[in-house]
Design a protein around this ligand. Structure first.
Ligand SMILES: Cc1cc2nc3c(=O)[nH]c(=O)nc-3n(C[C@H](O)[C@H](O)[C@H](O)COP(=O)(O)O)c2cc1C
Length: 198
């Protein structure tokens, strides 16, 4: 359990990957974890499209926009692109709106499940959905919600205490620094604004 807590707190978005493919059975397992996530009213409107073959990966890559605050410095470098994608689709005949919580829960299941296998990820909503729909023959009744890019990590971002800006940055050595609001700034005990447990 302690390891799992540590894994969760050490999770960082990764945008540089090693050129090592992810075994198919792991990708299937990750979708299974997405399938088993909590779902409001248990409607389960989500489906998952796995892209792992190299040719299709090459077509998907230009549909994605990386690390907007530092563009283009956050883009995966040539040879460091993701080695798989899981695209989260919403069946709008099951649910037209209010599915975002389900997507969040499923995505986090996939992201953390991947991490237990040493696989890192970047969850993207900056996606060219029209292009993606065309390339992957996704029917109109499915909304393309977001894309989880996956691969074995080739970078080590570090967390910084928030000091006025939420914008992540890269230093001269190319290390990504990610500001997070401090625990004491986001926690309240028993009454709003109470910072100590009485
Ligand atoms: C819903 C959602 C959408 C995101 N979309 C993008 C995206 O389109 N492109 C990208 O490079 N990162 C994207 N990210 C990653 C965030 O930039 C990242 O989570 C944030 O900078 C904090 O870093 P951390 O994940 O390492 O804690 C997204 C994250 C979330 C939760």
């Amino acid at each position: 359990m302690e390891n799992f807590l540590e894994l969760i707190s050490k999770r960082r978005t990764i945008r540089q990957f090693r050129a090592q493919t992810i075994p198919e059975n792991i990708l299937v397992k990750l979708v299974d974890l997405g399938r088993l996530a909590p779902s409001a009213a248990n409607l389960q409107p989500l489906e998952f499209l796995v892209v792992s073959d190299p040719e299709t990966r090459k077509e998907v890559f230009p549909c994605l926009r990386w690390a907007a605050y530092i563009n283009p410095a956050g883009d995966p470098k040539p040879g460091q692109e993701p080695t798989a994608y899981i695209i989260i689709l919403v069946n709008t005949e099951i649910r037209e709106k209010g599915y975002e919580y389900d997507v969040g829960a499923a995505a986090e299941n996939i992201i953390l499940g991947a991490l237990t296998q040493g696989i890192a990820s970047c969850w993207l909503i900056s996606v060219n959905r029209d292009r993606l729909r065309e390339i992957l023959s996704i029917p109109e009744k499915y909304r393309i919600d977001s894309v989880i890019a996956l691969g074995y990590p080739a970078e080590n971002p570090v967390v910084e205490d928030f000091s006025g800006s939420v914008k992540y940055w890269k230093d001269e050595a190319g290390v990504l620094h990610v500001p997070k609001r401090k625990l004491e700034d986001v926690i309240h005990f028993n009454r709003f604004g109470q910072k100590q447990r009485k």
